[in-house]
Design a protein around this ligand. Structure first.
Ligand SMILES: Cc1ncc(COP(=O)(O)O)c(C=O)c1O
Length: 398
Protein backbone atom coordinates (compact mmCIF):
# COMPACT_ATOMS: atom_id res chain seq x y z
CA UNK A 1 0.00 0.00 0.00
CA UNK A 2 1.41 3.45 -0.80
CA UNK A 3 2.31 5.38 2.34
CA UNK A 4 1.45 9.04 2.86
CA UNK A 5 4.59 11.11 2.44
CA UNK A 6 6.06 14.11 4.15
CA UNK A 7 8.55 16.35 2.34
CA UNK A 8 12.07 15.26 3.34
CA UNK A 9 12.94 18.96 3.72
CA UNK A 10 10.50 18.97 6.63
CA UNK A 11 10.97 15.49 8.11
CA UNK A 12 14.77 15.90 8.20
CA UNK A 13 14.61 18.82 10.61
CA UNK A 14 15.72 17.70 14.04
CA UNK A 15 14.16 18.84 17.28
CA UNK A 16 15.28 22.35 18.11
CA UNK A 17 17.94 21.97 20.80
CA UNK A 18 16.65 24.76 23.03
CA UNK A 19 13.42 22.78 23.23
CA UNK A 20 15.40 19.59 23.96
CA UNK A 21 16.52 21.33 27.15
CA UNK A 22 13.34 23.27 27.97
CA UNK A 23 11.01 20.32 27.64
CA UNK A 24 12.73 18.64 30.59
CA UNK A 25 11.21 21.19 32.93
CA UNK A 26 8.93 23.64 31.12
CA UNK A 27 6.56 25.10 33.72
CA UNK A 28 8.40 23.39 36.59
CA UNK A 29 8.68 26.06 39.33
CA UNK A 30 11.77 24.36 40.82
CA UNK A 31 13.83 25.21 37.73
CA UNK A 32 14.93 28.74 36.81
CA UNK A 33 14.34 29.06 33.05
CA UNK A 34 16.88 31.20 31.21
CA UNK A 35 16.60 29.18 28.01
CA UNK A 36 14.19 31.29 25.94
CA UNK A 37 14.58 34.83 24.65
CA UNK A 38 11.99 36.40 26.85
CA UNK A 39 11.88 38.73 29.84
CA UNK A 40 9.83 38.13 32.97
CA UNK A 41 7.93 41.42 32.37
CA UNK A 42 4.18 41.35 31.67
CA UNK A 43 2.97 43.60 28.81
CA UNK A 44 2.17 47.09 30.17
CA UNK A 45 -1.48 47.82 31.05
CA UNK A 46 -1.51 50.77 28.62
CA UNK A 47 -0.92 48.31 25.78
CA UNK A 48 -3.29 45.65 27.10
CA UNK A 49 -6.17 48.10 27.65
CA UNK A 50 -6.73 49.21 24.02
CA UNK A 51 -6.74 45.56 22.93
CA UNK A 52 -9.32 44.69 25.57
CA UNK A 53 -11.41 47.76 24.61
CA UNK A 54 -11.28 46.73 20.95
CA UNK A 55 -12.59 43.29 21.83
CA UNK A 56 -15.35 44.85 23.93
CA UNK A 57 -16.28 47.06 20.96
CA UNK A 58 -16.69 43.94 18.87
CA UNK A 59 -13.58 44.16 16.70
CA UNK A 60 -13.72 40.45 16.10
CA UNK A 61 -13.78 40.30 12.29
CA UNK A 62 -11.31 39.69 9.48
CA UNK A 63 -9.15 42.72 8.99
CA UNK A 64 -6.72 44.18 6.39
CA UNK A 65 -4.22 41.55 5.32
CA UNK A 66 -1.14 43.78 5.65
CA UNK A 67 -2.39 45.50 8.79
CA UNK A 68 -4.82 48.28 9.68
CA UNK A 69 -4.02 51.57 7.93
CA UNK A 70 -3.75 53.18 11.38
CA UNK A 71 -1.05 50.80 12.61
CA UNK A 72 0.88 50.83 9.34
CA UNK A 73 0.94 54.63 9.40
CA UNK A 74 2.04 54.73 13.03
CA UNK A 75 4.83 52.25 12.25
CA UNK A 76 5.99 54.12 9.16
CA UNK A 77 6.11 57.40 11.12
CA UNK A 78 7.92 55.72 14.01
CA UNK A 79 10.66 54.27 11.83
CA UNK A 80 10.99 57.45 9.80
CA UNK A 81 11.61 59.32 13.05
CA UNK A 82 13.87 56.68 14.57
CA UNK A 83 16.19 56.45 11.57
CA UNK A 84 15.71 59.92 10.10
CA UNK A 85 14.43 58.59 6.79
CA UNK A 86 11.26 58.97 4.78
CA UNK A 87 9.12 55.86 4.65
CA UNK A 88 5.77 55.31 2.94
CA UNK A 89 3.32 53.10 4.85
CA UNK A 90 2.89 51.05 1.68
CA UNK A 91 6.28 49.60 2.51
CA UNK A 92 5.15 48.34 5.92
CA UNK A 93 3.25 45.08 6.45
CA UNK A 94 2.07 43.88 9.84
CA UNK A 95 2.79 40.17 10.45
CA UNK A 96 1.78 37.65 13.09
CA UNK A 97 5.23 37.90 14.79
CA UNK A 98 8.75 38.56 13.65
CA UNK A 99 9.03 34.86 12.91
CA UNK A 100 6.05 35.02 10.55
CA UNK A 101 7.72 37.99 8.83
CA UNK A 102 10.85 35.89 8.29
CA UNK A 103 8.72 33.07 6.94
CA UNK A 104 6.86 35.31 4.47
CA UNK A 105 10.15 36.81 3.25
CA UNK A 106 11.58 33.35 2.66
CA UNK A 107 8.40 32.15 0.97
CA UNK A 108 8.63 35.09 -1.40
CA UNK A 109 12.22 34.41 -2.37
CA UNK A 110 13.51 30.86 -1.86
CA UNK A 111 12.90 27.65 -3.75
CA UNK A 112 14.66 24.27 -3.95
CA UNK A 113 18.08 24.62 -5.54
CA UNK A 114 18.60 28.12 -4.11
CA UNK A 115 20.93 28.87 -1.27
CA UNK A 116 20.75 31.41 1.54
CA UNK A 117 23.79 32.73 3.35
CA UNK A 118 23.16 32.94 7.07
CA UNK A 119 25.30 34.96 9.43
CA UNK A 120 25.80 32.75 12.50
CA UNK A 121 25.80 31.99 15.40
CA UNK A 122 22.07 32.57 15.07
CA UNK A 123 18.81 31.76 16.78
CA UNK A 124 17.82 28.51 15.00
CA UNK A 125 14.36 29.20 13.57
CA UNK A 126 15.56 31.25 10.62
CA UNK A 127 17.85 28.57 9.25
CA UNK A 128 15.17 25.93 9.83
CA UNK A 129 12.83 28.00 7.66
CA UNK A 130 15.42 28.00 4.86
CA UNK A 131 15.34 24.20 5.13
CA UNK A 132 11.53 24.09 5.09
CA UNK A 133 11.69 25.96 1.77
CA UNK A 134 13.95 23.19 0.45
CA UNK A 135 16.83 25.63 0.01
CA UNK A 136 20.43 25.18 1.11
CA UNK A 137 21.89 26.99 4.14
CA UNK A 138 25.39 28.38 3.99
CA UNK A 139 26.66 29.55 7.34
CA UNK A 140 28.91 32.56 7.37
CA UNK A 141 30.32 32.36 10.88
CA UNK A 142 31.14 35.50 12.84
CA UNK A 143 34.78 35.45 13.92
CA UNK A 144 35.48 35.49 17.65
CA UNK A 145 38.51 36.53 19.59
CA UNK A 146 38.74 37.10 23.32
CA UNK A 147 40.29 40.50 22.64
CA UNK A 148 37.98 41.79 19.88
CA UNK A 149 34.75 39.90 20.46
CA UNK A 150 32.53 39.06 17.49
CA UNK A 151 33.04 40.38 13.96
CA UNK A 152 31.78 39.71 10.44
CA UNK A 153 34.25 39.27 7.59
CA UNK A 154 32.40 40.65 4.56
CA UNK A 155 35.00 39.34 2.12
CA UNK A 156 34.52 35.85 3.46
CA UNK A 157 30.79 36.30 2.94
CA UNK A 158 31.19 37.63 -0.61
CA UNK A 159 33.27 34.53 -1.41
CA UNK A 160 30.33 32.29 -0.45
CA UNK A 161 27.96 33.82 -3.02
CA UNK A 162 27.31 31.90 -6.21
CA UNK A 163 24.71 32.05 -8.98
CA UNK A 164 22.17 30.20 -6.79
CA UNK A 165 22.44 32.58 -3.86
CA UNK A 166 19.10 34.35 -3.41
CA UNK A 167 19.32 35.68 0.12
CA UNK A 168 21.62 36.85 2.87
CA UNK A 169 20.13 36.60 6.34
CA UNK A 170 21.69 38.82 8.93
CA UNK A 171 20.48 39.36 12.46
CA UNK A 172 21.80 42.45 14.21
CA UNK A 173 21.77 43.00 17.15
CA UNK A 174 22.50 39.31 17.20
CA UNK A 175 20.92 36.54 19.19
CA UNK A 176 22.93 34.88 20.78
CA UNK A 177 26.20 36.88 20.67
CA UNK A 178 24.99 40.47 21.11
CA UNK A 179 27.10 41.44 18.05
CA UNK A 180 25.97 44.72 16.44
CA UNK A 181 26.67 45.14 12.74
CA UNK A 182 28.51 48.43 12.13
CA UNK A 183 26.66 50.92 9.95
CA UNK A 184 29.46 50.99 7.31
CA UNK A 185 29.23 47.22 6.93
CA UNK A 186 25.48 47.48 6.42
CA UNK A 187 26.02 50.03 3.66
CA UNK A 188 28.67 47.82 2.02
CA UNK A 189 26.54 44.69 2.22
CA UNK A 190 23.55 46.49 0.76
CA UNK A 191 25.70 47.66 -2.15
CA UNK A 192 26.87 44.09 -2.70
CA UNK A 193 23.26 42.86 -2.66
CA UNK A 194 22.25 45.48 -5.23
CA UNK A 195 25.13 44.55 -7.54
CA UNK A 196 24.48 40.83 -7.31
CA UNK A 197 20.67 40.95 -7.26
CA UNK A 198 20.43 39.19 -3.90
CA UNK A 199 17.87 39.87 -1.17
CA UNK A 200 18.92 40.83 2.31
CA UNK A 201 16.71 39.77 5.17
CA UNK A 202 17.75 41.99 8.07
CA UNK A 203 16.38 40.66 11.32
CA UNK A 204 16.31 43.75 13.52
CA UNK A 205 13.98 42.51 16.25
CA UNK A 206 16.53 43.62 18.89
CA UNK A 207 17.02 47.00 17.22
CA UNK A 208 15.82 48.91 20.29
CA UNK A 209 17.53 46.66 22.82
CA UNK A 210 20.74 48.69 23.02
CA UNK A 211 22.54 49.96 26.12
CA UNK A 212 23.92 53.10 24.51
CA UNK A 213 21.84 55.34 22.23
CA UNK A 214 18.27 54.96 21.02
CA UNK A 215 18.62 52.18 18.43
CA UNK A 216 21.20 49.96 16.75
CA UNK A 217 22.25 50.85 13.19
CA UNK A 218 19.61 49.77 10.69
CA UNK A 219 19.84 48.80 7.03
CA UNK A 220 16.98 51.25 6.53
CA UNK A 221 19.39 54.12 7.10
CA UNK A 222 21.14 53.23 3.82
CA UNK A 223 18.29 51.78 1.79
CA UNK A 224 16.59 53.16 -1.29
CA UNK A 225 12.86 52.41 -1.56
CA UNK A 226 13.38 49.73 -4.23
CA UNK A 227 16.34 47.93 -2.67
CA UNK A 228 16.11 44.12 -2.35
CA UNK A 229 15.68 44.38 1.40
CA UNK A 230 13.34 43.02 4.05
CA UNK A 231 13.73 44.47 7.52
CA UNK A 232 11.99 42.29 10.10
CA UNK A 233 10.79 43.77 13.37
CA UNK A 234 8.80 42.56 16.34
CA UNK A 235 6.81 43.82 19.31
CA UNK A 236 8.02 40.83 21.32
CA UNK A 237 11.21 42.05 22.88
CA UNK A 238 11.31 45.81 23.53
CA UNK A 239 7.58 46.02 24.39
CA UNK A 240 7.40 42.70 26.30
CA UNK A 241 4.78 41.25 23.95
CA UNK A 242 6.15 37.77 23.16
CA UNK A 243 2.79 36.05 23.59
CA UNK A 244 0.92 38.48 21.33
CA UNK A 245 2.59 37.20 18.17
CA UNK A 246 2.83 40.45 16.29
CA UNK A 247 5.60 42.09 14.29
CA UNK A 248 6.15 43.99 11.05
CA UNK A 249 8.25 43.89 7.92
CA UNK A 250 9.55 46.81 5.87
CA UNK A 251 9.95 45.84 2.21
CA UNK A 252 9.97 47.52 -1.20
CA UNK A 253 6.61 48.76 -2.43
CA UNK A 254 7.26 47.45 -5.94
CA UNK A 255 9.11 44.38 -7.08
CA UNK A 256 12.64 45.65 -7.78
CA UNK A 257 12.90 46.61 -11.46
CA UNK A 258 9.17 46.23 -12.16
CA UNK A 259 5.76 47.83 -11.66
CA UNK A 260 4.33 44.85 -9.81
CA UNK A 261 3.16 45.70 -6.30
CA UNK A 262 5.36 43.87 -3.85
CA UNK A 263 3.05 44.94 -1.02
CA UNK A 264 0.18 43.05 -2.70
CA UNK A 265 2.37 40.01 -3.21
CA UNK A 266 3.44 40.07 0.44
CA UNK A 267 -0.20 40.53 1.45
CA UNK A 268 -1.13 37.44 -0.53
CA UNK A 269 1.39 35.37 1.40
CA UNK A 270 -0.09 36.68 4.66
CA UNK A 271 -3.60 35.90 3.43
CA UNK A 272 -2.68 32.32 2.51
CA UNK A 273 -1.08 31.78 5.92
CA UNK A 274 -3.41 33.40 8.47
CA UNK A 275 -5.46 36.07 6.59
CA UNK A 276 -4.54 38.95 8.88
CA UNK A 277 -3.30 39.77 12.34
CA UNK A 278 -6.31 40.03 14.70
CA UNK A 279 -7.49 43.62 14.74
CA UNK A 280 -7.74 43.91 18.52
CA UNK A 281 -4.06 42.97 18.82
CA UNK A 282 -3.19 45.68 16.34
CA UNK A 283 -4.95 48.24 18.58
CA UNK A 284 -2.62 47.27 21.42
CA UNK A 285 0.37 47.42 19.09
CA UNK A 286 -0.63 50.90 17.99
CA UNK A 287 -0.57 52.04 21.62
CA UNK A 288 2.83 50.37 22.10
CA UNK A 289 4.35 52.50 19.37
CA UNK A 290 2.46 55.70 20.15
CA UNK A 291 2.83 55.70 23.94
CA UNK A 292 5.44 53.04 24.57
CA UNK A 293 8.74 54.92 24.73
CA UNK A 294 8.77 54.99 28.57
CA UNK A 295 8.03 51.24 28.53
CA UNK A 296 10.94 50.57 26.20
CA UNK A 297 13.17 52.65 28.47
CA UNK A 298 12.00 50.61 31.49
CA UNK A 299 12.68 47.37 29.65
CA UNK A 300 16.19 48.47 28.80
CA UNK A 301 16.82 49.44 32.43
CA UNK A 302 15.51 46.05 33.51
CA UNK A 303 17.91 44.35 31.11
CA UNK A 304 20.77 46.66 32.07
CA UNK A 305 20.41 45.52 35.69
CA UNK A 306 20.45 41.92 34.47
CA UNK A 307 23.48 42.63 32.34
CA UNK A 308 25.33 44.25 35.27
CA UNK A 309 24.68 41.26 37.52
CA UNK A 310 25.76 38.96 34.69
CA UNK A 311 28.98 40.90 34.11
CA UNK A 312 29.76 40.70 37.84
CA UNK A 313 28.96 37.08 38.36
CA UNK A 314 29.35 35.03 35.20
CA UNK A 315 33.03 35.64 34.28
CA UNK A 316 34.03 34.87 37.87
CA UNK A 317 32.49 31.42 37.86
CA UNK A 318 35.22 28.80 37.47
CA UNK A 319 35.17 27.12 33.99
CA UNK A 320 33.31 30.03 32.36
CA UNK A 321 35.26 31.53 29.42
CA UNK A 322 34.69 33.77 26.42
CA UNK A 323 32.00 36.00 27.98
CA UNK A 324 31.96 39.59 26.77
CA UNK A 325 29.48 42.12 28.10
CA UNK A 326 27.13 42.61 25.14
CA UNK A 327 26.32 46.07 23.76
CA UNK A 328 22.84 44.95 22.76
CA UNK A 329 20.10 42.31 23.12
CA UNK A 330 19.69 40.44 26.41
CA UNK A 331 21.84 37.36 26.17
CA UNK A 332 25.09 36.13 27.64
CA UNK A 333 26.98 33.80 25.28
CA UNK A 334 29.94 32.01 26.84
CA UNK A 335 31.92 28.77 26.95
CA UNK A 336 32.03 26.23 29.74
CA UNK A 337 35.44 24.55 29.71
CA UNK A 338 35.39 20.81 29.23
CA UNK A 339 31.95 20.48 27.65
CA UNK A 340 32.95 20.21 23.96
CA UNK A 341 31.28 17.26 22.30
CA UNK A 342 28.49 17.04 24.89
CA UNK A 343 27.10 20.56 24.95
CA UNK A 344 23.43 19.59 24.73
CA UNK A 345 23.81 16.83 27.33
CA UNK A 346 25.56 19.27 29.66
CA UNK A 347 22.74 21.81 29.40
CA UNK A 348 20.29 18.99 30.13
CA UNK A 349 22.34 17.94 33.17
CA UNK A 350 22.23 21.49 34.48
CA UNK A 351 18.43 21.36 34.36
CA UNK A 352 18.25 17.98 36.06
CA UNK A 353 20.88 18.48 38.75
CA UNK A 354 21.39 22.23 39.18
CA UNK A 355 17.78 23.28 38.48
CA UNK A 356 18.75 26.01 36.04
CA UNK A 357 17.93 26.10 32.32
CA UNK A 358 20.34 27.52 29.73
CA UNK A 359 20.48 26.95 25.97
CA UNK A 360 23.25 24.85 24.35
CA UNK A 361 25.45 26.71 21.84
CA UNK A 362 25.01 23.89 19.36
CA UNK A 363 21.45 25.16 18.82
CA UNK A 364 22.88 28.25 17.10
CA UNK A 365 24.74 26.71 14.18
CA UNK A 366 28.10 25.05 13.59
CA UNK A 367 30.98 25.86 15.99
CA UNK A 368 28.65 26.04 18.97
CA UNK A 369 30.28 23.14 20.81
CA UNK A 370 31.18 24.16 24.35
CA UNK A 371 29.17 27.40 24.13
CA UNK A 372 25.98 28.26 26.00
CA UNK A 373 23.44 31.08 25.98
CA UNK A 374 21.32 32.46 28.77
CA UNK A 375 18.78 35.27 28.80
CA UNK A 376 19.45 37.86 31.52
CA UNK A 377 16.22 39.89 31.04
CA UNK A 378 15.12 38.74 34.50
CA UNK A 379 14.68 40.22 37.95
CA UNK A 380 17.88 40.66 40.00
CA UNK A 381 16.79 38.17 42.70
CA UNK A 382 16.03 35.46 40.17
CA UNK A 383 19.29 36.05 38.31
CA UNK A 384 21.40 35.99 41.47
CA UNK A 385 19.86 32.69 42.44
CA UNK A 386 20.41 31.40 38.89
CA UNK A 387 24.12 32.27 39.05
CA UNK A 388 24.44 30.52 42.44
CA UNK A 389 22.97 27.44 40.84
CA UNK A 390 25.17 27.67 37.74
CA UNK A 391 28.25 28.02 39.95
CA UNK A 392 27.30 24.98 42.00
CA UNK A 393 26.37 23.05 38.86
CA UNK A 394 29.70 23.73 37.17
CA UNK A 395 31.50 22.63 40.30
CA UNK A 396 29.48 19.45 40.79
CA UNK A 397 28.89 18.31 37.19
CA UNK A 398 32.25 17.45 35.59
C1 LIG B 1 16.86 36.87 16.31
C2 LIG B 1 15.40 36.70 16.45
N1 LIG B 1 14.61 36.97 15.39
C3 LIG B 1 13.29 36.84 15.44
C4 LIG B 1 12.68 36.43 16.60
C5 LIG B 1 11.20 36.28 16.55
O1 LIG B 1 10.49 37.03 17.43
P1 LIG B 1 8.90 36.91 17.43
O2 LIG B 1 8.53 35.79 16.51
O3 LIG B 1 8.52 36.63 18.85
O4 LIG B 1 8.40 38.21 16.95
C6 LIG B 1 13.45 36.11 17.73
C7 LIG B 1 12.82 35.59 18.95
O5 LIG B 1 13.45 35.03 19.81
C8 LIG B 1 14.84 36.27 17.65
O6 LIG B 1 15.63 36.00 18.68
Amino acid sequence: MPQPKIRPAVSSIEEQQILSVAKLALGNPDVIPLWYGESDVVTHADIRRPAIDALERGETFYSHKTGTPELRQVLADYMAGLYDISLDMERVSVTASGMAGIQMAMQAVLEPGDNAIIVAPLWPNAESTVRVMGAERRFCMLDFSDAQGWALDLEKMAGMIDSNTRMIFVNSPNNPTGWVMPSEQQAALLELARERGIWIVADEVYGRMVYDGRAAPSFLEHARPDDPLFVVNSFSKAWAMTGWRIGWVTHPEFLPGSEMSFTDLFGNLIEFAYSCVPQFLQRGAEAAIRDGEPMVADMIEHCRRGRDITAQRLPNIPRVEGFRTPDAAFYAFFRIAGTEGRTLAYAQDLVRHAKVGIAPGTAFGPSGEGWFRLCFAQSPELLSEAYDRIERGLRDIP
